[in-house]
Write a protein that binds this ligand. Structure first.
Ligand SMILES: NC(=O)C1=CN([C@@H]2O[C@H](COP(=O)(O)OP(=O)(O)OC[C@H]3O[C@@H](n4cnc5c(N)ncnc54)[C@H](OP(=O)(O)O)[C@@H]3O)[C@@H](O)[C@H]2O)C=CC1
Ligand SMILES: O=C(O)CCC(=O)C(=O)O
Ligand SMILES: [Mg+2]
Length: 738
C-alpha cells in the first residue's frame, strides 16, 4: 500500500455482497490506469475477531483494520470509500458471535452478566464493537450529502410511486415534550482546556464517579441532559392507550444502534409498557433468566423455553398482544413486530418509509394502516410531525416536480456524541449528577432518580468552524438558501448559534441567503419550498444530518441509496461514503430466498468518482482523472438507460447493473481522446462486452429464482459469495482476459 492507495471497505449484508461483484470490475479498470485499490475488512464479523484477536489461536487472528483506517482518516492522503456497515444491537452482536463460533472461531461468548475480571474484559471488548462503532471513527470531517443533478433529473423524469395522503389520515407522532432529553438539556462552552469528571452524588450521601476523566478543549461545547424515566413510563402507557382508542397501529421509532446506550433502555421501557401485566407478574423471572426487554420481544420469546413457567409467560404475552392496540409489524408473515428487535426499526429510515407510504405501516393482518409513531424524546420529533401535517394538508409530494433538501452536517470528531456514548448512564441511585472541572467547579448538574437516563455530549470547536465554512461554500456554489436548523430555546443549540454567528463573520456572505431557524420552522420552510420545486440546504447537527439524509432522499428519490455523500476530512483527504442509507438486511433475505439482489450500487459509483479524482491529483496521475471522467459519464448513461436493479425477479439485479456499468465505463474509456493508451486498451473490452451483452444478461438472469447459500450471514464464505455474485462465465472471462 502506498500513501495514496484507495481503500475500499469490506462491510456487511447487501453492500458486502455487491462488493463481490463490483470490486473485481473496479480493480480491473483501475489497474490499467496504475491506480492502486486495496480493501480493509471493517465488517461486524471482522471487528469482532479483531477485538479479541489476542485471545484466539494464531491462525484465527486478524489486525484491527478499523483502527488503522481511523488513523489514516487523520492524514491528508486518506482516500477511503466507505460502504454502509451494520451498527450492531446486542441481538445482532450475539448472533454474529454465535455464527463465527460455528465457523470454528474460538471466540468467547458475550458475557451477559460478567462476574470475573476476564469476563469483564471480554464484555468491554465486545461492547466497543457494538452500536455505531465504525462511522464516528472514520468521520474525521463534516458531511456533504446531496442528490447529484443527474439523479434528481432522473427522479423527475421517472417518478417513483408515492402513497396518496388523505386529510383524514389518523397518523401522528407522539413525543414527550417535558421531562425528556430536549427539555432537560443544559450546556456550556469551555473557556479553556480542562479535564472534566462526571459524578453522581446520591441522596444517601455516597459519591460515585461515573466517568473519571474527560479531556476538553477551549471552545468546546459540553451539554448534559436526562430523561426522567417515571415520566417516560407514564407517557408510553398513555400512547399505548391512545393507539388503542384511536384504532391505529402502535409503533416506536428509535435509533438503538447509534444511541447505543440510551435507546435500547428506552426500547426496553416501550416493551414493558406494551406488556404491563406480563412484566408485573413475570418481570423478575425474566430478569433472572437474563431475558431483557432492552433486547426486544424476539429474544424474550425465543428464550422462554428455558424458563420454568415459560408457557404461562408466553400465553401472557399473547394475551396482552391481543388486548392492546394493533402493533406495527416488521414482517407480518413471520409475526415479527415492531418490538421484536431494537435494531429492526431505525428512525432515520423508518419514518420516511412510512411517510412515503401514505403514513402507513404494516399491521398484523398484513395490511397497511395509519399509525401512532412514538418518538419519545422531543428534540427532533417535531420535524416528522410537520411533514405529516403538510402531507395531510396538501397530499403526497410529487417527485416529478418537488425541490430538494441537501444536507451539510456537523459530525467531525464525534461532534454531538455521535455513536460514542461513553458518557450515557442509567442512573443506579437517586441523587444529583454533576459535571465538575479540574478546579472543582460544577459546570452542569441534574437531579435524577434511579433508572433515569443521563447523558453528556461534546462538540469541539474546530469541527463547528469547518461546518460553517462548508455551509457557506455550498450556499455559494448553488445560490440556494442555507438554513441552520438550530433552536435558540434549546440549550445546546443556543451555544452553537453563538459560534455560527461568530464564524459566519469569517466568510464573504454577501448575496447569500443564510438563516437560522428551529428544526420545526426550518422543516416548514423546506417543505413549502419543496412544493414550489425549490431547493433549500439544511445545515444541521449530527443527529438531524442522519435523519434528514434519509427523510428527504426517500421522499425525493424513493431511496437514500442514490446520494452523493462526501466527507472532506479536516486534515485533508477524503472519506467517500456510498449513499446515505444502510446495509439493507431485507435485500440479503431476498438473495438467500431467490438469488436476487436488489441493492442499487449508484452510491458506490458516485463515491468512486471523487475518490479517483483525488487519487489523480495526489499522485499526479492523469489516467486516474480519465478513469474518473469516464465513470462520471458512464453513470449518466447508466441512469439514462435505467440500469438500476428492479425490485423483483426477472429484471436485472445488482449483478446485471454492474455489468452495464462496466460496459458503459469501458465504452467511455474507449471513446475518450484525452489518453490514447487507455482508449486503445479499453476499445477491445468495450467491443467484447457489447457483443456479449445478451449472453451475459441471460447468464445472469438464469440463476434467479433458486435459493442461494452464502455459507454465513455475518461472515459469508468468500468463495461461495463470489460464485453467487459472479455467475456469468462470459463476463468473468472478459474481465480475466482483459
Ligand atoms: N452508513 C452506515 O454505515 C449506515 C449503516 N446502517 C446500518 O444498516 C442496517 C440497516 O438499517 P436500516 O435502518 O434498515 O436502513 P437501510 O437504509 O439499510 O434499509 C432500508 C431500506 O432502504 C432501501 N435501501 C437502502 N439502501 C439501498 C440500496 N443501496 N439499494 C436499494 N435499496 C436500498 C431498501 O428499501 P427496499 O427494501 O424498499 O428495497 C431497504 O430495505 C443497520 O444495521 C444499520 O445500523 C444504517 C444507516 C447508515
Ligand atoms: O452509524 C450508524 O449507526 C448509522 C449511520 C447512519 O444512519 C447515517 O450516517 O446516515
Ligand atoms: Mg442514516
Amino acid at each position: 500500500m502506498t500513501d495514496s492507495t484507495i481503500i475500499y471497505t469490506h462491510t456487511d449484508e447487501a453492500p458486502a455482497l455487491a462488493t463481490y461483484s463490483l470490486l473485481p470490475i473496479i480493480e480491473a479498470y483501475a489497474s490499467k490506469a496504475g491506480v492502486e485499490v486495496e480493501t480493509r475488512d471493517i465488517s461486524l464479523a471482522g471487528r469482532i475477531i479483531a477485538a479479541v484477536s489476542d485471545l484466539l489461536p494464531e491462525d484465527q487472528r486478524a489486525a484491527d483494520a478499523l483502527a488503522e483506517l481511523g488513523e489514516l482518516a487523520k492524514r491528508p492522503e486518506a482516500n477511503i470509500i466507505k460502504l454502509p456497515n451494520v451498527s450492531a444491537s446486542v441481538p445482532q452482536l450475539k448472533a454474529a458471535i454465535a455464527e463465527l463460533r460455528e465457523q470454528g472461531y474460538d471466540l468467547p461468548d458475550y458475557p451477559e452478566d460478567p462476574q470475573t475480571d476476564e469476563e469483564r474484559d471480554v464484555r468491554a471488548r465486545y461492547d466497543k464493537v457494538k452500536g455505531s462503532a465504525v462511522n464516528p471513527v472514520l468521520r474525521e470531517g463534516n458531511s456533504d450529502r446531496r442528490a447529484p443533478a443527474s439523479v434528481k433529473n432522473y427522479a423527475k423524469g421517472h417518478p417513483h410511486s408515492m402513497g396518496a395522503w388523505s386529510s383524514d389520515s389518523k397518523t401522528d407522532v407522539a413525543t414527550m415534550g417535558v421531562d425528556d432529553f430536549r427539555s432537560n438539556e443544559k450546556s456550556v462552552t469551555l473557556a479553556s482546556d480542562d479535564t472534566l469528571r462526571i459524578e453522581l452524588v446520591g441522596d444517601d450521601g455516597s459519591t460515585t464517579v461515573l466517568k473519571e476523566s474527560i479531556p476538553v478543549l477551549a471552545g468546546e461545547i459540553v451539554d448534559a441532559t436526562s430523561m426522567n424515566v417515571a415520566a417516560l413510563r407514564e407517557f408510553l402507557a398513555a400512547q399505548v392507550a391512545q393507539a388503542k382508542a384511536d384504532d391505529v397501529l402502535f409503533s416506536v421509532h428509535l435509533k438503538a444502534t447509534m444511541m447505543k446506550v440510551s435507546d435500547p433502555i428506552i426500547f426496553g421501557h416501550v416493551v414493558r409498557a406494551f406488556f404491563p401485566k406480563t412484566f408485573a407478574e413475570h418481570g423478575a423471572a425474566l430478569a433472572e433468566a437474563g431475558l431483557s426487554p432492552n433486547d426486544g420481544l424476539g429474544g424474550i420469546l425465543a428464550g422462554l423455553d428455558q424458563v420454568a413457567n415459560g408457557a404461562d409467560i408466553k400465553a401472557s404475552f399473547e394475551a396482552e398482544l391481543a388486548d392492546g392496540p394493533r402493533l406495527a409489524m416488521v414482517d407480518s408473515d413471520k409475526g415479527i413486530t415492531n418490538l421484536h428487535v431494537p435494531s429492526d426499526v431505525i428512525v432515520d429510515a423508518s419514518m420516511p418509509a412510512m411517510i412515503r407510504t401514505s403514513g402507513h405501516m404494516w399491521g398484523p393482518d398484513g395490511q397497511e394502516a395509519d399509525t401512532l409513531a412514538v418518538i419519545p424524546d422531543s428534540s427532533y420529533a417535531g420535524v416528522y410531525q410537520v411533514v405529516i401535517d403538510d402531507c395531510k394538508a396538501h397530499g403526497a409530494y410529487d417527485p416529478s416536480t418537488m425541490g430538494s433538501v441537501p444536507n451539510v452536517g456537523l459530525m467531525a470528531q464525534k461532534a454531538e456524541e455521535y455513536g460514542s456514548h461513553d458518557k450515557t448512564f442509567e442512573i443506579p441511585t437517586t441523587g444529583t449528577v454533576r459535571v465538575v472541572n479540574a478546579a472543582g467547579d460544577v459546570l452542569l448538574e441534574h437531579t435524577v432518580a434511579q433508572g433515569d437516563i443521563w447523558r453528556a455530549c461534546q462538540t469541539k470547536d474546530v469541527p463547528v468552524r469547518d461546518w460553517v465554512k462548508l455551509a457557506v461554500n455550498r450556499a455559494r456554489a448553488t445560490g440556494d438558501p442555507a438554513v441552520f436548523w438550530l433552536d435558540e430555546t434549546r440549550a445546546h443549540d443556543a451555544q452553537l448559534i453563538a459560534k455560527v454567528n461568530e464564524y459566519l463573520g469569517e466568510h464573504d456572505t454577501d448575496g447569500l441567503d443564510i438563516r437560522i431557524m428551529s428544526p420545526v420552522e426550518a422543516t416548514k420552510l423546506s417543505v413549502e419550498r419543496i412544493r414550489q420545486g425549490l431547493d433549500t440546504i439544511s445545515v444541521t447537527g449530527n443527529v438531524l444530518r442522519d435523519y434528514n439524509t434519509d427523510l428527504f432522499p426517500i421522499l425525493e428519490l424513493g431511496t437514500s441509496a442514490k446520494m452523493l455523500s462526501v466527507v472532506p476530512l479536516i486534515n485533508g483527504g477524503g472519506l467517500f461514503e456510498t449513499g446515505a442509507g444502510g446495509s439493507a438486511p431485507k435485500h440479503v433475505q431476498q438473495l438467500v430466498k431467490e438469488n436476487y439482489l436488489r441493492w442499487d450500487s449508484l452510491g458506490e459509483f458516485f463515491a468512486l468518482v471523487p475518490s479517483l479524482e483525488q487519487y489523480a491529483t495526489a499522485t499526479d496521475n492523469p489516467k486516474a482523472q480519465v478513469l474518473a471522467d469516464a465513470l462520471d459519464r458512464a453513470t449518466a448513461s447508466f441512469l439514462e438507460h435505467d440500469r438500476s436493479p428492479g425490485r423483483r425477479l426477472g429484471t436485472i439485479d445488482n449483478r446485471g447493473s454492474h455489468f452495464y456499468l462496466a460496459l458503459y465505463w469501458a465504452q467511455e474509456l474507449a471513446q475518450q481522446t484525452d489518453d490514447a493508451e487507455l482508449a486503445e486498451v479499453f476499445g477491445p473490452l468495450a467491443q467484447k462486452l457489447s457483443d456479449a451483452e445478451q449472453t451475459i444478461v441471460d447468464e445472469l438472469a438464469a440463476v434467479q429464482g433458486q435459493p442461494a447459500d452464502l455459507g454465513g450471514y455475518y461472515q459469508p464464505d468468500p468463495e461461495k459469495a463470489a460464485k453467487i455474485m459472479r455467475p456469468s462465465t462470459t463476463f468473468n472471462e472478459a474481465l480475466a482476459s482483459f
